[in-house]
Design a protein around this ligand. Sequence first.
Ligand SMILES: Nc1ncnc2c1ncn2[C@@H]1O[C@H](COP(=O)(O)OP(=O)(O)O)[C@@H](O)[C@H]1O
Ligand SMILES: [Mg+2]
Length: 253
Amino acid sequence: MARRKKIYEGKAKILYEGPEPGTLVQYFKDDATAFNAQKKAVIEGKGVLNNRLSEFFMLGLQGVGIPTHFIKRLNMREQLVRQVEIVPLEVIVRNFAAGSMAKRLGLEEGMPLPRPIVEFSYKNDALGDPLVPEEYIIAFGWAQQQELDDIVALALRVNDFLSGVFHGVGIRLIDFKIEMGRIWENDFPRLVIADEISPDSCRLWDIETGRKLDKDVFRQDLGSLSDAYTEVARRLGVLPSNVTHNANGTMIN
Ligand SMILES: Nc1ncnc2c1ncn2[C@@H]1O[C@H](COP(=O)(O)OP(=O)(O)O)[C@@H](O)[C@H]1O
Ligand SMILES: [Mg+2]
């Protein structure tokens, strides 16, 4: 196969130049990181599951009219996407208190919020992706006011879609983080959902038992991360047929 130009290697994925201009190939790695990469591990099979799950959610979003960068899945670990200009924000939507919000406000994890809350952190690993108010986003020009309003509206639509899909398989969507990007058309930017949607970037609790089925399993040493992600994929019906577990719980593919 022709050598592809590597454009970026991040914590969870590698980006390669795509076959056509304006496209990229996202390769999903098995690396898991937490606490701004202070905790690291290789979780065999995670990349395969996240590639499938992200495809599933991006196609679902497109199905309800929400634009995404997704073009098609290429193989077990790679998908073809539109190259976008990433808005340098992590857009976080919260339905229940958890994580940094629970800590900051002294709230009990799992407490329902009065309404979905959208917050932003500035995408900068060196600074640990700090939480930023909208005022900063406008003042520093990371997005314009109208675009920011569109970002919030889009994030809430994604929340409604994802909450419903997860609810249908007995999972509570506590919160999630997405990235958005701009595709320029005739000098006008159009917002699309980019990056990935997977249990790496969501908090997912089993509705019946409260069992965590997301990256908190890794952050908090709650057991096998691949078991948790496999359970999510199994419930959604997107488990690749040739991924199974051996006796040690290690994924084979
Ligand atoms: N469609 C896209 N076009 C351009 N960049 C993208 C696109 N989708 C995701 N990205 C960027 O690719 C990188 C994905 O790699 P990842 O391992 O998640 O990186 P990080 O360690 O920065 O989170 C992120 O920096 C993300 O902003
Ligand atoms: Mg990332």
